[in-house]
Write a protein that binds this ligand. Structure first.
Ligand code: KIV
Ligand code: ZN
Length: 539
């Protein structure tokens, strides 16, 4: 490891608000992460995530792809307005109108950046772009220079870099640097590389690109072979000084590198990586929970760093050791990542003030108007459950995330078993005026009957693509969280939604109503669809 390189990078503050740090983080949960099937963040959710990412210490946020759709443009614009410390970047193909769209969307950003890319691997050159190597180099020169005429800070990415011939990759990067790029991102677009190979690419480029300017190199890894985090760390070990990824590793296919894992690994193994990150680690759980809630993607119990089991010690030997000295089996303390040991437990007698305090403590996003219905839900939960945990409160807030545009919410559910063993469900929905509508349907099982009844209410063409049940906490009095994914058959869009209740079947009904509400919004033109850069013609 070259210490001089680290010191050099230490002074590399491209704008003075970046914390003086050796490794920056760029989060692309709102762009690459939104490519996850079923994930469709609303603008309100994107702003909440962006603010939380700023709190977490992220140096830059890739807020979207402004040329892709009016919704993406507006989201980037709105995020640019609210962030005061973090740089905001937009994605652009090597197309001038894409760069213009980023420029327009980022006009209000305190620290705007642009991210220009073009594919460089033989397979992409031949089958996607139909361009020669010379034409690719020409396109890079033209568009990075154009971007540089509009932005002080330009990032360039050779898409599918890890399957690009190394000598050509060097030419590509040299061309981008000569044209004015200050960040060079090396995407492992298809999750193909290995840590040793990827680290060697960074070392080779850093050693061979000729420039008298400071250039920051960054990994951008996909997890198809389960190596995204390891690859990102290998890049850092070989001189990369900005890491790109997403929270909880969300993203299409197997997802992106999970930034919370990279951040904690750099902290715990500082002895090995010898770099500092600006990440506020005790905001990690809040950040991860927020993204999980809005993406509708649960965090697996065994997930590194943020999974529910990360700090529980089941085996007797481990428990004995942990009681004597936690460091025997725990390398990460719960406090490091912000897991609080229920510092302010709530129960039946807790008042509104204590409840609001808890919402603040957990970093949850709520408005004044939200407090009344949330507190009412909390009181009814406290009637059924002795101790209300942080997980219960988070789930309670998440459970109210989706509002029916027509004002209809789940009201009640009755089930009957028929003589032929089929089930009849009567599902009723109530609007704000108290009007109740009831729909009846049969099914082979309870869930099928309930969903058939809800289909009658919405009367739209949807297909259930996944259904999962999760217990929010341990114990017999746990609330059930049901997660569903539903496809709008008319548009092929998938929507994730959840429902929460003590009763699994009621939670199922609520989740399915919430998912159908999103489909209804899409059909009414009230909801944009996340458009990937892969959906558009390239350059
Ligand atoms: O994975 C990828 O190649 C990308 C680029 C647009 C950077 O996301
Ligand atoms: Zn990507």
């Amino acid at each position: 490891f070259n210490d001089t390189a680290t010191t050099e990078i230490y002074t590399l503050s491209l704008h003075d608000a970046l914390p003086i740090c050796k490794v920056e983080f760029l989060d692309t949960s709102l762009r690459d992460g939104e490519q996850t099937p079923g994930v469709n963040f609303s603008i309100k959710e994107k702003i909440a995530i962006a603010k939380q990412l700023e709190k977490w210490g992220i140096s830059a946020i890739e807020a979207g792809f402004p040329a892709a759709s009016p919704d993406s443009f507006t989201a980037v614009q709105e995020i640019a307005k609210v962030l005061t410390k973090t740089a905001v970047t937009g994605l652009a193909r090597s197309v001038k109108s894409d760069i213009d769209a980023c420029y327009e969307a980022l006009k209000d950003a305190k620290y705007p950046q642009v991210h220009v890319f073009i594919a460089t691997s033989p397979i992409h050159r031949e089958f996607k772009l139909n361009k020669t190597k010379e034409e690719i180099l020409e396109a890079i020169k033209e568009h990075v220079s154009y971007a540089r005429s509009k932005f002080e800070i330009v990032e360039f990415s050779p898409e599918d870099a890890t399957r690009t011939e190394l000598d050509f990759l060097l030419q590509v990067v040299q061309t981008a640097v000569d044209a004015g790029a200050s960040y060079i991102n090396i995407p492992d677009t298809v999750g193909f590389t290995t840590p040793a190979e990827y680290g060697a690419i960074f070392k080779y480029l850093i050693d061979h690109v000729k420039t008298d300017r400071k250039i920051i190199y960054s990994p951008h890894c996909h997890d198809d072979l389960g190596m995204a985090v390891a690859n990102s760390l290998a890049a850092v070990k070989n001189g990369a000084r900005r890491v790109e990824g997403t929270i909880n590793g969300i993203g299409e296919r197997a997802g992106n590198a999970a930034l919370e894992e990279v951040a904690v690994a750099l902290n715990i193994r500082e002895d090995y990586y010898q770099v500092e990150s600006p990440i506020v680690l005790n905001e990690t759980i809040n950040t991860s929970e927020l993204v999980s809630r809005y993406s509708g993607i649960p965090i697996p119990k065994n997930k590194a760093v943020v999974g529910g089991n990360a700090f529980s010690h089941e085996s007797g030997i481990h428990q004995d050791g942990v009681l004597k000295n936690p460091l025997t089996y725990e390398i990460i303390t719960p406090e490091l990542v912000g897991v609080k040991s229920n510092s302010l437990p709530l129960g039946k007698l807790s008042g509104r003030h204590a409840f609001v305090e808890k919402l603040h403590e957990l970093g949850l996003d709520f408005t004044e108007e939200d407090i009344k219905p949330l507190f009412a839900k909390f009181k009814s939960l406290a009637d059924k459950k002795h101790e209300i945990t942080d997980a219960d409160i988070r789930a309670l807030v998440a459970g109210t995330a989706v509002e029916n545009p027509e004002g209809f919410q789940f009201n009640d559910l009755r089930l009957t078993t028929n003589a032929d063993e089929t089930i009849s469900a009567a599902v009723s929905l109530r609007n704000e005026e108290g009007e109740v509508l009831e729909f009846l349907a049969n099914g082979q099982g309870s869930v099928e009957a309930i969903f058939n009844a809800i289909d009658k209410f919405f009367n739209q063409t949807v297909r259930l693509t996944s259904y999962n049940i999760d217990a929010v906490t341990d114990g017999i009095d746990a609330q059930a969280r049901v997660l569903v994914s539903v496809e709008n058959v008319d548009t092929d869009t998938i929507f994730n939604a959840s429902g929460l209740d003590f009763d699994v079947l009621k939670a199922s009904a609520i989740a399915y109503i919430n998912a159908n509400t999103l489909v209804q919004k899409e059909n009414a033109g009230e909801m944009g669809r996340a458009v990937s850069y892969r959906d558009l013609p390239q350059a």
